[in-house]
Design a protein around this ligand. Sequence first.
Ligand SMILES: CC(=O)[C@@H](O)[C@H](O)COP(=O)(O)O
Ligand SMILES: NCC(=O)COP(=O)(O)O
Length: 251
Amino acid sequence: MTVLSVNVNKIAVLRNSRGGAEPDVVRAARACLDAGAHGITVHPRPDARHIRADDVYALAELTRAYGVEFNIEGNPFAPPREGYPGLLTLCERTRPAQATLVPDGDDQLTSDHGFDFIRDAEPLRPRIAELRALGCRVSVFADADRAGIELAAALGADRVELYTGPYAEAYADGRAESAVAAFAAAARRAQAAGLGVNAGHDLSQANLGAFLRGVPNVLEVSIGHALIGEALYEGLDATVRGYLRVIAEAA
Ligand SMILES: CC(=O)[C@@H](O)[C@H](O)COP(=O)(O)O
Ligand SMILES: NCC(=O)COP(=O)(O)O
């Protein structure tokens, strides 16, 4: 069954908009875990616009106490700066179960593409090895429509995370069927190379079921933006349970 990791970035966005400590990221994460979420994801950005290093440390403790997966996402090439020690240092300090490498830049509003495993191979290889030596499973963000997804295996990655932004757009435009077919083909190519397959970005209660029914053996979905938005209406507990129902019904 697919694992649900809740991305709590958006709770930090709300908190940071006024300074102070509310809403409390750790309390929100605890509510998600109490509702049955299997893990917590964060994607701290170098500009600290939402999740900050101290949130990462606190959530590492929480997930350890619950015995669930902690997934830290980020660009392994972004240099440290004031308030952001860098992805590898965060992973060294907190030893998350999974590190997800994403090629995001400072100028990006959000993640909007995966790695080019042909161009990025040589710089990625040592970063992946370092993270694996820390005991992290390593997943790398990947576009379904780009050639070479299977090369991530030769770089030492354990998994790919399929960037599902284009799927979410296709679903909204009534083109879900052809989009799912393309993602399913990419997943099969990755799996044939020995990679596990995760998925994330703009997944929602509306579009998740069709994705999971069409794409084989998705091990994990990380969901934040839509989930936190839906929770404004329904509450975190009911919303997380809603996602878990969608996942169970698609299995
Ligand atoms: C890799 C990915 O798709 C998510 O981490 C997404 O980028 C969320 O990050 P933001 O909350 O900063 O948009
Ligand atoms: N890896 C994807 C993620 O963590 C959440 O993305 P989104 O649901 O906030 O778009």
